[in-house]
Write a protein that binds this ligand. Structure first.
Ligand code: AMP
Ligand code: ZN
Length: 447
């Protein structure tokens, strides 16, 4: 049974039916990380949303070709590499590997293509040459600029008022033609430490936006079905990607633009520059599982802001543990009524909060047999990605929980000998107990 997928398109500000260019094959581009440091959980929300979208597409009978790029050359990369006295390549590889480990622990499926910007410089140069030839671009004192006045419908995605005065934050050379014109290429300056490439129009390095235009074109083609990113990318990044790609290809660039809202902390966007960010490492070191964070993310609609607190994460962790307890060893048949409702929710602009509430209805429905409950929840988990099928083995048996409780009592009474003895017993039964800020954490030994 195939369901049409409806998604909110930022370009039209409306919910639209996805109509893939190529039958049921969907080509999707996700703006990926800049690998100059650890990803924070705001970035990770964006990657979980992309993954949930891919899973929903696959669940509804589409085949997906997914690209997530790696931005490994830009001002932040160069500044951090210079600070550490390493090359941008070494820096990028290091943080790319940390990111891959985070994504794996969050059950994010590996995108089919993960191009690095530095492997695509040649293609960017070809794009800029054509944009120069066709007068969409021009040379100024510090680089090559895209001339916004030449683009059709510039700013439509962000609903920019092109008559309004441009804010002073628009950067670049004093001799560019208009404040809105943006850099395609930045000429080499003395402190670039060799992070520059030869090009017919002058040695230098690419601007950020052209990187994604080129990697999207090379890995997915001229017009793609879905392009995603956080809402902060609508302007300037995605607005400029559209201008460059459409000028170069002479075709529409993207059918549906999908943007996720922010993870917030005390009413502010989580970001490295505000210093209010949390990484997945902090979450696991505080005794939480990465999948508790995935549950927390999926419990909110992707277009709603999500305030992060450890209390909320604890709630998510408990809920996920309780949901896993409904997964038994034997798998019956999927309940068709519930499945139908589930499909309605996820295909209606990825309404994961309602889909999750439905999973709880299934869990609590006494009229469904435990084996059918297991089958239905595992079916939903193809979209949720909680790994419920493997988590069932992690269910902590009641006798281990009882031992952990006695150990807590012994600790409260400062009876360390007894508490150590109970720990040894727990270990001998194949379980580990670890004391964290949030209380004892029980897990399978060697798992
Ligand atoms: P970056 O590594 O900064 O290029 O960002 C990677 C992705 O994370 C982009 O799609 C951003 O829009 C997104 N992003 C950045 N900050 C947040 C946040 N606080 N909440 C959700 N998404 C974010
Ligand atoms: Zn991008």
């Amino acid at each position: 049974m195939n369901h049409d997928l409806k998604l909110f398109n930022t370009l039209t500000r409306s919910i639209e039916k996805l109509e893939p260019i190529n039958d049921r094959e969907v080509r999707m581009y996700n703006c990926g990380p800049t690998v100059y440091g650890f990803a924070h959980i705001g970035n990770l929300r964006s990657f979980i949303v992309n993954d949930t979208l891919r899973r929903t597409l696959e669940y509804t009978g589409h085949s997906v070709i997914q690209t997530m790029n790696i931005t490994d050359i830009d001002d932040k990369m160069i500044a951090r590499a210079n600070e550490q006295g390493v090359s941008i390549h070494a820096l990028g590889l290091e943080y790319e590997n940390f990111l891959f480990a985070d994504l794996k622990s969050l059950n994010v499926l590996t995108p089919h293509k993960m191009p690095r910007a530095t492997d695509h410089i040649g293609g960017m140069v070809v794009m800029i040459e054509k944009l120069l030839r066709e007068r969409f671009a021009y040379k100024a004192s510090d680089g090559i600029y895209f001339e916004v006045a030449k683009a059709k419908n510039y700013g439509a995605l962000a609903h920019l008022d092109m008559d309004a005065e441009t804010e002073s934050r628009v950067e670049g050379a004093l001799d560019k033609k208009s404040p809105r014109d943006f850099a395609l290429w930045k000429f080499e300056t003395s402190d670039d430490y060799g992070n520059a490439y030869d090009a017919s129009f002058g040695r230098g390095r690419p601007g950020w936006h052209i990187e994604c235009s080129e990697m999207a074109r090379d890995t997915l083609g001229e017009t793609i079905d879905i392009h995603t990113g956080g809402v902060d990318l609508i302007f300037p990044h995605h607005t400029n990607e559209i201008a460059q790609s459409e000028a170069f290809n002479g075709k529409p660039f993207v059918k549906i633009w999908l943007h996720n809202e922010f993870v917030m902390v005390d009413g502010q966007k989580m970001s490295k520059s505000l210093g209010n960010h949390t990484t997945l490492k902090t979450i696991t070191e505080s005794g939480f599982s990465p999948l508790a964070f995935r549950y927390f993310v999926i419990g909110a609609h992707y277009r709603s802001k999500l305030n992060f607190t450890f209390e909320a994460l604890e709630g998510a962790q408990n809920a996920l543990r309780k949901l896993s307890e409904h997964i038994g060893e034997e798998v019956g048949s999927v309940n068709k009524d519930y499945q139908e409702r589930f499909r309605d929710f996820v295909t209606q602009d990825l309404d994961t909060p309602r889909a999750l509430a439905l999973a709880w209805e299934v869990a609590k429905d006494a009229s469904i047999s435990p084996t059918d409950k297991t089958a239905t929840l595992l079916d939903f988990d193809r979209v949720f990605g909680f790994g419920l099928a493997t988590r069932k083995k992690e269910t902590i048996p009641t006798h281990i929980k009882a031992l952990a409780k006695s150990r807590e009592e012994a600790r409260e009474n400062k009876d360390w000998a007894k508490s150590d003895k109970i720990r040894d017993e727990i270990n001998s039964l194949g379980w580990n107990i670890e004391d964290t800020d949030k209380g004892p954490k029980i897990s399978k030994l060697n798992s």
